[in-house]
Ligand binder design. Structure first.
Ligand SMILES: *Cc1c(COP(=O)(O)O)cnc(C)c1O
Length: 248
């Protein structure tokens, strides 16, 4: 099995999937993509260039509770060869003899108990189907496009600030940065900086380690986040970076 990332949590980075697909084909490997965060950007016209080759994978993890803004617990897996899932998860028991349908009969509906570890399972698909029916795909595309644009705009403004050092460029809707300081802006200073930003109560940024170094992570992926809030975030960050609270 070969697993590729289609949008990492840390930085939004996307693996070179077409090249991975070539290796997988040559070596006879199952190619899986973790597109939990990034996958739904493929709904956009520019999606193919953002995540090229996703269509070459044998299976893809997608989180509608991220890229489609739906309630937590709405994760999904797309598998090209459904028979492989059936072979893996299908089980029988004497007490199931009344509900077991012949899967080869097209008249029988898919029984997801045969395709996943759960037997008694809730109807999660409804949580995805209904919003798509009510709002249509265009509404989701509009949201995703807006988040990409907001991310790029926020990056540009922060990158122009002499008090900040951008660590990674926008990849999907994530970028990272830290304080730019003549003394290197140690981890403790950056932690304090992040706390100041989040103490505003208006925005919440997280942090991570990149190459072992502390970095602040901005990820824009809520359907409630629009231009004014992102501008407010930029202002709060720039003010905190410029403020005299930074100990020398
Ligand atoms: C969020 C995320 C996961 C984990 O998914 P959960 O739905 O939170 O369990 C896995 N991979 C990536 C890239 C993610 O962003």
């Amino acid at each position: 099995m070969l697993v590729v990332n289609a949008g990492t949590t840390n930085t939004g980075a996307v693996d070179p999937i077409p090249q991975a697909a070539t290796v997988a084909r040559e070596q006879g490997l199952w190619l899986h993509a973790d597109a939990a965060y990034g996958g739904f950007f493929r709904l956009l016209e520019e999606g193919k260039s953002l995540i090229p080759g996703l269509e070459l994978c044998d299976s893809v993890t997608l989180d509608p509770h991220k890229g489609l803004f739906l309630p937590y617990g709405t994760g999904c897996l797309l598998v090209r060869d459904g028979a492989a899932l059936y072979r893996t998860y299908r089980s029988s028991a004497d007490y199931l003899q009344d509900v077991s349908a012949d899967a080869a009969d097209p008249a029988n509906p898919v029984d997801f108990a045969d395709l996943s570890p759960e037997l008694s399972r809730e109807f999660r698909g409804l949580r995805l189907w209904l919003p798509l029916q009510l709002h249509g795909l265009a509404a989701f595309r509009t949201q995703l496009r807006e988040k990409l644009e907001l991310t790029r705009a926020a990056w540009q403004e922060l990158a122009a600030d002499p008090n900040l050092e951008m660590v990674t460029r926008p990849q999907l809707t994530v970028f990272t940065f830290r304080l730019r300081r003549s003394d290197g802006g140690g981890e403790a200073l950056n932690r304090e900086f992040l706390q100041r930003v989040n103490a505003s109560g208006r925005v919440f940024l997280s942090s991570t380690l990149l190459g072992g170094r502390f970095a602040i992570r901005m990820c824009i992926l809520s359907f409630r986040t629009h231009g004014p809030r992102v501008q407010e975030a930029v202002n709060i960050i720039r003010r905190a970076a410029a403020a005299g609270w930074v100990k020398s």
